[in-house]
Design a protein around this ligand. Structure first.
Ligand SMILES: Cc1cc2nc3c(=O)[nH]c(=O)nc-3n(C[C@H](O)[C@H](O)[C@H](O)COP(=O)(O)O)c2cc1C
Length: 413
């Protein structure tokens, strides 16, 4: 099939939003929000994705509150960031693309400096917090009903601020080990009440958040969910739970689900299809350092990157639900895109391939290339939170596109 005939280049409607094609730039933490301020570099990063042909670009990790951040240099979507994000969304819209804000809360998975935020982070379970050892947050608080109401309201407020900022969609992050995933995965949820036990119970609170966000903005914006279709580690969720999660998202009314993989710490190689580099590079990001430190403990041989590495569980989920699904994981070529479309997925997400080449979609469409040059070396992951932010090492790292990290606000003043 030639590129122009591919279904991937036809419009897609999810909820109230119609996208010009089926390519979604997946959230990849940009590291371009120094001190939480939205930078020109962040706006330019997403404008390049729009200019390069993606239907929708996702701004990664927009925390619903200060406590919801994992690091200081992350955005907190609030009344304070509306004007700056509006500049970003205007830049995306100028090129005919849509902008999506990933809204999320860290729960116990936070590495903020001491006393920057709560010293007793919330989670599904209480007790010892292994993520808090380096920051003095040794204990976590088991969420009670009033905590759940407060967090649900935070997600709703974040979605409303996203709407005001001109975003066309919000993606509720239920994957990778953040707060909502801490309810979904058995690794962090051993509750015996109605929020623990079966996958249906573990999904009760995340589904409530989804339902309330849909009520608040679902008529005006697409409300999508990203979740881990498997946890990728023994004792965690398998595709059996991945299917049940999709059924719950469907019955709750999510406009699309993006099928991601794995957990930040326990199974980062499941997320990326291969491990993080074990080189002498010492990334500044604590998240990445923790992930790298834990890797050598595995007795398994390193996973070798394969294109479309997570197609098998995704196909099983595809067969179980009718809702729009976005495939994610190792898509690099026009053949990959056509395979995904042929399997009945409505959309395709790309992370690393678009960090490597933001113009990839246009080039695939006009036939000038058939393959991304991304080698899945994962060095872009180790560059998150370095002074220039996320960039492709093979394309010259920060030298390729030195992002302007001055804030939009400062430039406007
Ligand atoms: C540098 C980098 C940062 C990432 N940050 C996030 C993030 O903030 N939120 C998220 O949901 N996924 C994040 N991811 C995961 C991607 O969305 C995606 O799941 C993963 O890269 C696999 O897709 P790919 O094979 O198309 O790259 C990140 C990936 C990369 C490479």
């Amino acid at each position: 099939m030639n590129a122009t005939a591919s279904k991937a280049f036809t419009p897609l409607t999810i909820g109230p939003l119609t996208l010009r094609n089926r390519f979604i730039k997946a959230a990849t933490n940009e590291g371009m929000c120094k001190g939480g301020l939205i930078s020109q570099g962040l706006a330019q990063f997403h404008e390049r994705m729009a200019e390069g042909g993606a239907a929708m670009t996702t701004v990664a990790y927009c925390a619903t509150s200060k406590d919801g951040q994992t690091f200081v240099d992350q955005a907190h979507l609030s009344a304070d960031t509306v004007a700056d994000f509006k500049v970003l969304t205007d830049g995306v819209h100028k090129h005919g693309a849509a902008a999506q804000a990933q809204i999320t809360h860290a729960g116990a998975f936070t590495f903020l400096p001491k006393d920057f935020s709560s010293m007793k982070p919330i989670s599904a379970n209480g007790g010892f917090n292994k993520f808090g050892v380096m920051t003095g947050r040794y204990m976590k608080k088991k969420m009670d009903r009033s905590d759940m109401d407060a967090i649900t309201d935070e997600f709703v407020q974040a979605a409303l601020h996203a709407k005001e900022s001109g975003f066309d969609a919000v993606e509720i992050h239920m994957g990778h080990g953040y707060l909502l995933a801490q309810f979904i995965t058995p690794f962090y949820n051993n509750r015996t009440d109605e929020y623990g036990g079966s996958i249906q119970n573990r999904m009760t609170f995340p589904a409530e958040v989804l339902s309330k966000v849909l009520d608040a903005v679902g008529k005006d914006m697409a409300v999508t969910v990203k979740y881990s279709q498997t946890d990728g580690k023994a004792g965690g969720n398998t595709v059996t739970e991945g299917i049940e999660i999709a059924k719950i998202l469907q019955s709750t009314g999510a406009h699309m689900a993006q099928l991601s993989n794995g957990l930040n710490v326990e199974s980062i190689d499941t997320m990326f299809g291969n491990p993080l580099p074990k080189s002498s590079v010492k990334p500044k990001s604590l998240i990445v350092r923790v992930g790298m430190m834990l890797q050598p403990k595995s007795k398994e041989p390193d996973k070798e990157f394969k294109q479309l590495y997570s197609l098998d569980p995704a196909q099983q989920i595809r067969a179980a639900v009718n809702m729009p699904l976005c495939y994610l994981g190792g898509a690099q070529t026009m053949d990959n895109v056509n395979t995904v479309m042929g399997q009945g997925f409505e959309a395709i997400g790309l992370g690393r391939a678009l960090i490597f080449d933001p113009n990839l979609i246009n080039s695939l469409q006009n036939g000038s290339i058939k393959n991304s040059g991304c080698t899945a070396c994962n060095q872009c992951v180790t560059l998150m939170y370095t002074p220039g932010g996320t960039a492709c090492v093979e394309q010259g790292g920060h030298k390729g596109h030195a992002p302007k990290l001055n804030t939009i606000r400062a430039s406007a003043a």
